[in-house]
Design a protein around this ligand. Sequence first.
Ligand SMILES: Nc1ncnc2c1ncn2[C@@H]1O[C@H](COP(=O)(O)OP(=O)(O)OP(=O)(O)O)[C@@H](O)[C@H]1O
Ligand SMILES: [Mg+2]
Length: 303
Amino acid sequence: MKFDFLSESDQAYFIHKASTLVEALPYIREHSGDTIVIKYGGHAMGDKKLSESFSRDIGLLKEVGISPVIIHGGGPQIGERLKSKNLASNFVEGLRVTDKETIKVVEEVLSKDINSEIVDSISTSGGKAIGISGSDNLITATKLNIELKDSDSNIEKIVDIGFVGEPKSLNINILEDFIKKDQIPVISPLGKDEQNFTYNINADTVAGFVAGELKASKLLLLTDVPGIFNEEKKLISSLTLKEAIEISGMDYISGGMKPKIQTCIDAMEKGVSKSTILDGRIPHSVILELFTEHGIGTQISNN
Ligand SMILES: Nc1ncnc2c1ncn2[C@@H]1O[C@H](COP(=O)(O)OP(=O)(O)OP(=O)(O)O)[C@@H](O)[C@H]1O
Ligand SMILES: [Mg+2]
C-alpha cells in the first residue's frame, strides 16, 4: 500500500509513531489505576522546553488512569537566590545547611516560585494540578541530626545543620482527597514540627516518604545524571533492593545520590515495589520509563 500524499520517509516516521503507541498499550494497562510518586529535581527542571514536555507527560499519565503525585526540588534555584542575597550555600552529606535566614529563602523559592511554576505549567498542558507546601498541614517533621565520623580519630560526632528536617508523619487524607478529585498534587519539600518551626527536607526523602505512606506502586526520581554510576562511572541499569542496600554506603555514592538511594530503600521497605532513578534531562523520560520495553535509568526492584 502506498499513501500518495506522504513521502517514504514520512511514512516510515508515522509507522514508527504508531508502533510506539501499540508498544505502550500493555504498559498503560499495567499501570492504569496506580499511584506513581515522581520527584522532579531542581537540576532537571532548569530548561523551559523540558519542563513543558514534563508537564505534558504528567497530563498524559492522568489521561490513561494513573494518579501522579509530584514532589519538587529546587537546589540550584535556592543556590542562585541565596547568592543574589550574598548568603552562602553549604552542604553536609548532600544536605543543605539551613540557618534562620536560609530557611526563609528556601520557603520563598520552593513554596512560592517553583511550586506555582510547576502547577501553572501542568495546568497549561491540560492537567488539573494543585500546589501544596509540605509545611501546610501536610508533613510533620523533626529536626535531623547528622552523625559524621572524624576521619582522623574515627570518632562519631553529631553535626547540627539547622532547620533541616526528616518527615515523621503525613496527612494522607489531604492527598487522597486531591487524587479522588482527579487533581495532581504538586508538593514542596517542607515540613513543620510540633513547635511550628518550618524545616527544609530533602525532596527525594519527601518523595520516598510520600510513596511509602500512599503505598504507591512506583517511585520515580528525576535528576541530572543518567542514573546510579558504579565506581567505574558506568551506569547501573538495575539493582535488587538487597544490592541497593549494599551499595548505599559505598564511597562512590556521594552528595545528592546518598539521600536518593536511601529514600528508594525506605519506600520499598514500606511496600513500594519499584523505584527508578532516571535522567530528567531526557525529553519524555517519564513516558520512556513507564511505557517502553526497556525503560531508562537505574531501576531498583523488590526481587
Ligand atoms: N554514584 C553516583 N552516581 C550518579 N550520581 C552521583 C553519584 N554519586 C554522587 N552523585 C551526584 O548526585 C547528583 C544528583 O543529586 P542532586 O541532589 O545534586 O540533584 P537532584 O536531587 O536531582 O536535584 P535537587 O537536589 O535540586 O532536587 C549528581 O549530579 C551527581 O553529581
Ligand atoms: Mg538532591
